[in-house]
Design a binder for this molecule. Structure first.
Ligand code: ADP
Ligand code: ZN
Length: 292
C-alpha cells in the first residue's frame, strides 16, 4: 500500500498540516494559528497520530537546529516568538506521534519542494528565496539541503546601499542587509505605503531590483545554483522579474559565462507550485526520513 506522509509547515503566524502521498498528492490539509507551543505542538502531533501517517516532514521557522548530531536538534533557537525560544519542537512531535520524522527550515523545505515537484525538478543545486515579511533563503547543493554550523541565513547578507535610496535598513541587527533593505516592511517604511499599493511607482521596484540583483549575484558566486526561484508576497509584483534579471547580470559584470545566464527567463523564475512548495517539500522530507 502507498505510504501516507504527514507534512507540517510551521510558520510564525500559522501552522499548515497536511497528509499526502509520496508522489506529492495532498489528501487533506488543515491550518491552525501559531499559539503557545505547549498548546499547539501536542495538538499537531495528535492530529498526525490519528491519521496514522507513516512519517512526517517538518519545515520550521528559524533559527532552529537542523543538524541531527547537535544536542539542540529540533529545538527552536533564538526567536522573539513568545514561549518558543529553546522549545523542543521535534522531540514533542515525536512524543505524540512515533514515526520517522524529517526536520528542516521552512525555506529549505520550500527549496526541496520545488526541486522535487516543481520548476527545479531534476536539478541538484537550487536557491529558493522568499521576500515577504522577512527574507529567507533555502539552499540545496549537490542534492542536499545546506546546513553546516546552523543553516544558511542568506536573507541577511550585507549589500552596498544605494546613494539614491531615500530609506534605510529596518533590520535591528544590520544597517545594510538584504532583509533590512528589501523585505516588505522595508519597502513600506521607505515609501510610506504597502508594496501592494506601490505597483505603479517604477522607482520602488527599480530600487528593489538593485538590492535583489546584488543578493542574487552573491548567491550565484557562492552557491553556483542551476536555478534561482523567487517567492513571497513582494514577488507578486511581477514587473520585478525582468528588473531583477537585468540587475543580477549587471552585478555579475560578465565574470561568469554559462548557458543558464544566457537564458535568464528560465534561470531566475517565480515559484511554480501555487504556494504549495513548502508543504510538498515537507512531504518529500518525510518520505526521505522513512527511506532512512
Ligand atoms: P510572510 O513573509 O509573512 O509569510 P508574505 O510572503 O505574504 O508573508 O509577505 C508579506 C509581505 O509582503 C508584507 O510586507 C506585504 O506588504 C508584502 N506583500 C504582500 N503582497 C504584496 C504584493 N502584492 N505586492 C507587494 N508586496 C506585497
Ligand atoms: Zn539583517
Amino acid at each position: 500500500m502507498g505510504k501516507r506522509i504527514g507534512a507540517l509547515e510551521a510558520g510564525g503566524t500559522k501552522m499548515v498540516l497536511a497528509v499526502g502521498t509520496e508522489d506529492g498528492t495532498i489528501l487533506e490539509r488543515e491550518s491552525l494559528p501559531t499559539t503557545a507551543p505547549e498548546q499547539v505542538v501536542p495538538q499537531m502531533a495528535a492530529w498526525f497520530a490519528e491519521r496514522e501517517v507513516d512519517a512526517v516532514g517538518i519545515g520550521a521557522f528559524g533559527p532552529t537546529a537542523v543538524d541531527p548530531a547537535s544536542p539542540q536538534y529540533g529545538h527552536v533557537l533564538d526567536t522573539p516568538k513568545p514561549g518558543w525560544r529553546g522549545y523542543d519542537f521535534l522531540g514533542t512531535m515525536r512524543a505524540g506521534c512515533d514515526v520517522p520524522m524529517g526536520y528542516d527550515t521552512d525555506v529549505n523545505v520550500a527549496c526541496l519542494g520545488e526541486a522535487t515537484f516543481g520548476c527545479a525538478r531534476g536539478l541538484d543545486s537550487v536557491v529558493y528565496l522568499t521576500i515577504g515579511t522577512g527574507v529567507g533563503a533555502g539552499v540545496m547543493v549537490g542534492g542536499r539541503l545546506l546546513h553546516g554550523m546552523l543553516h544558511p541565513e542568506a536573507g541577511h547578507i550585507l549589500l552596498a546601499p544605494l546613494p539614491n535610496d531615500p530609506g534605510k535598513s529596518v533590520c535591528p541587527f544590520h544597517p545594510n542587509c538584504l532583509e533590512g533593505l528589501a523585505a516588505g516592511p522595508s519597502i513600506e517604511a521607505r515609501w510610506g505605503a504597502k508594496g501592494v499599493d506601490l505597483a505603479d511607482r517604477p522607482e520602488v521596484w527599480e530600487l528593489e531590483a538593485e538590492y535583489l540583483g546584488q543578493a542574487l549575484c552573491d548567491y550565484i558566486l557562492c552557491y553556483s545554483p542551476q536555478k534561482i526561484i523567487l517567492g513571497g508576497g513582494v514577488m507578486k509584483q511581477e514587473q520585478l522579474f525582468p528588473l531583477v534579471r537585468e540587475a543580477t547580470v549587471r552585478y555579475l559584470a560578465g565574470y561568469i559565462k554559462t548557458p543558464e545566464l544566457e537564458d535568464l527567463e528560465t534561470y531566475i523564475v517565480p515559484n511554480s507550485l501555487h504556494e504549495n512548495q513548502g508543504i510538498l517539500g515537507c512531504i518529500e522530507l518525510g518520505r526521505r526520513a522513512l527511506e532512512k
